[in-house]
Design a protein around this ligand. Structure first.
Ligand code: ADP
Length: 189
């Protein structure tokens, strides 16, 4: 199920409901934890579907840099996934909103997009980072995601970046509704 698309600059944005491990894109994004060794939620689903090659890349990155702090991102193979790459980012654990959680979440999107640009990614799919086990409020997360990704696209428009398609893949109905609402705001503006 896909909510109507929105175009910003030369990038098309779509909100869809589904399982990100089935999405064919140059890169899908994982809501990982700092260990990079896999976990529950979307992280577990990506490692299960993508197989050992993703974990092997994560282990190599860990031995080089000792994991991934919240707000940062690393890139691995997509292994057996239909996506070529996985960009792993670590969201903030929600702690009432007074510990800079929103800024960390915003930084996740910027870090992912910077890595995607370095790797010439044309299409990218995001899950709703932070809104599962880490407990980030869904409405605020949807606002942060849309603002950061559209701001990045606008900032990089003149540099002829490679990005052409952004998918927000929502696993649950509430996130789908909230992300679609943000899309709607941008269609009418
Ligand atoms: P976090 O620890 O960042 O909260 P979670 O994996 O617990 O990460 O949840 C992030 C979001 O990913 C949640 O909205 C959850 O519903 C969603 N999710 C879980 N499994 C999948 C999947 N297979 N595809 C897309 N989204 C998923």
């Amino acid at each position: 199920m896909t909510a109507a698309a929105v175009t910003v600059g030369n990038v098309s944005f779509e909100v869809m409901r589904g399982d990100i491990t089935r999405v064919k894109a140059d890169a899908i994004v994982n809501a990982a934890n700092s260990s990079l060794l896999g976990g529950g939620g979307v992280d577990g689903a990506i490692h299960r579907a993508g197989g050992r090659a993703i974990l092997d890349d994560c282990i190599r990155i860990r031995s080089r840099q000792g994991g991934c702090p919240p707000g940062e991102a690393v890139i691995t193979t997509g292994g057996k996934l239909p996506a070529s790459h996985v960009i792993h980012t670590v969201g903030p654990v929600w702690n009432g909103g007074t510990q800079g959680e929103a800024e960390v979440l915003r930084r996740c999107y910027r870090s992912v997009l910077a890595l995607a640009a370095e790797h010439g990614v044309r299409s990218i799919a995001f899950p709703n980072i932070g809104t599962g086990i880490y407990g980030f409020p869904k409405e605020l997360a949807a606002i942060c995601a849309w603002e950061e990704v559209t701001a990045f696209v606008r900032r990089h428009a003149e540099e002829a970046g490679t990005l052409r398609q952004v998918l927000f893949v929502c696993y649950d109905e509430e996130n789908f509704r909230l992300y679609a609402q943000e899309a709607q705001k941008r269609r009418s503006s």
